[in-house]
Design a protein around this ligand. Structure first.
Ligand code: FAD
Length: 409
């Protein structure tokens, strides 16, 4: 069986066969980085004190144990991260990897390290895995609804209209008031055909991000009847598998992140390996290990340039003008992550949106250099790549399982 054509994946924008072939190499390296490296397995974010822009006094918090996050105590934080929290970023200007002069004009998302560093906590990503937490209902529906209705775009395209009509049958209007200034003006004044490729890209990134979260929920699902974690095919079909465009969007996001690593590899070549870049100058062993893994990932990605999306984004003057609107919408999605009422979901939601925002910055802001990225952006980028690679993998696994089930019947 050829899985991909049956999943209705369009061959025009991403080379899905290349992604399929590439998985094994990337998938071997990513877990080594995200699970075993001091640098990539921890994350720093404002988890508890950032304001939700959509509504005030919201008490709809997920109280289940599954939603809780264990933060790291001061003495548990690896030296790699401590160093970043102790030092004033402005004093790091001249260090190659730590040139943190922040240029918010280039950012696609809201960065806690910049806006509310004093409220940030450290978490171990390994000890707080993304999985089913039970967080659902009106609260999650209102968040997803706001993201799609206020931040995605109407495009001259039947597929997105079909998706919209499905959503309309699900949402109950007026469940939560939205206080974020609605972008209806944008939506009405920008004709659906202007920069439609870029608008479709934003819609795809959001839908792929959502489908990827859904994949992780269904791959790590808690079966209360048997009291164990399991893979849940019905869950995956209901949330992802019955909608080929959602699977396609997972592949699209994989290609986007892959392409960001190709750009990093190109920069590493330009730097001719003579840079003094450093992840952890205080500990040379950690530093060398982290740098080696990161550079390897970028160079493996570079060897598979076929994964690159064939379309060119922001290529003409009209779409260049539209970039600011695109950035504003993505930026607002990143702020909405602070409305998520389950700590663990908020952690992974914020991390992954930061990962996509970092990829967009690398790909569409040519002046962005690897050295300009903050540690939280680099860690988010690597972990988001790992998450989406998992989702690609689980779409194959669930498809096979479904076929096996059908053949038994
Ligand atoms: P939802 O996933 O809530 O989707 C709502 C509606 O959006 C659907 O009915 C459909 O019309 C539309 N839709 C769904 N998927 C797509 C797509 N890919 N593209 C376009 N439209 C789509 N729960 C956990 O258990 N663990 C987590 O880690 C977790 N993280 C979350 C992170 C964020 C940022 C948010 C907002 C929620 C998170 N949740 C998490 C909750 C989870 O995403 C679902 O909302 C919840 O499981 C309820 O799912 P549902 O089947 O009702 O539909």
């Amino acid at each position: 069986y050829l899985l991909l054509p049956n999943m209705g994946i369009s061959q025009t924008e991403v080379d899905t066969d290349a992604i399929y072939g590439m998985q094994s190499r990337i998938r071997t390296l990513l877990p080594v980085m995200t699970e075993q490296s001091d640098y990539f397995s921890n994350y720093k974010l404002n988890l508890y004190r950032a304001e939700c822009p959509l509504w005030d006094n919201d008490n709809a918090m997920c109280s289940s144990q599954g939603c809780a996050v264990d933060t790291l105590e001061e003495n548990e934080v690896s030296d790699v991260w401590k160093r970043f929290s102790d030092v004033d970023p402005s004093s790091k200007k001249n260090e190659t990897k730590c040139n943190w002069e922040h240029n918010s004009q280039l950012d696609y998302c809201y960065l806690d390290e910049v806006s509310s560093e004093q409220d940030c906590v450290f978490v171990s990503l390994v000890n707080n895995p993304e999985r089913f937490t039970g967080y659902s209902g009106d609260h999650t529906a209102a968040i997803w609804r706001n993201i799609y209705e206020q931040n995605c775009f109407v495009v001259d395209d039947d597929e997105s209209l079909k998706e919209k009509s499905r959503r309309e049958s699900f949402y109950k209007p007026g469940m939560y008031p939205f206080q974020l200034s609605p972008k209806e003006d944008d939506i009405l004044t920008i004709s659906p055909s202007v920069a439609s490729q870029e608008k479709r890209m934003l819609n795809k990134i959001i839908s792929g991000f959502h489908a990827s979260i859904s994949s992780h929920i269904c791959e790590n699902y808690y079966d209360t009847n048997r009291n164990r974690w399991t893979r849940n095919l019905e869950c995956w079909l209901a949330k992802v598998g019955n909608y080929p465009e959602r699977i396609e969007n997972i592949f699209f996001n994989y290609a986007l992140l892959h392409q960001a690593f190709v750009r990093i590899a190109d920069q590493l070549v330009e730097m001719e390996n003579n840079s003094t870049s450093s992840f952890c100058p205080d500990n040379l062993a950690i530093d060398a290990r982290t740098k080696l893994a990161f550079d390897n990932l970028a160079f493996i990605a570079q060897q598979d340039r076929k994964v690159i999306m064939s379309s060119k984004f922001f290529a003409d003057e009209e779409s260049q003008k539209f970039k600011e609107t695109f950035r504003k919408h993505f930026h607002d999605v990143s702020r909405i992550m602070d409305c998520v009422g389950c700590d663990k979901c908020r952690l992974w939601g914020k991390l992954q949106i930061t990962g996509y925002g970092t990829a967009l910055k690398l790909l569409f802001e040519p002046e962005t250099q690897l050295n300009d990225l903050r540690p939280s952006e680099i860690v988010a980028l690597v972990n988001t790549f790992d998450r989406i690679a998992h989702s690609v993998q689980s779409s194959f696994w669930f498809q096979l399982r479904r076929r096996a089930d059908l053949s038994v019947k």
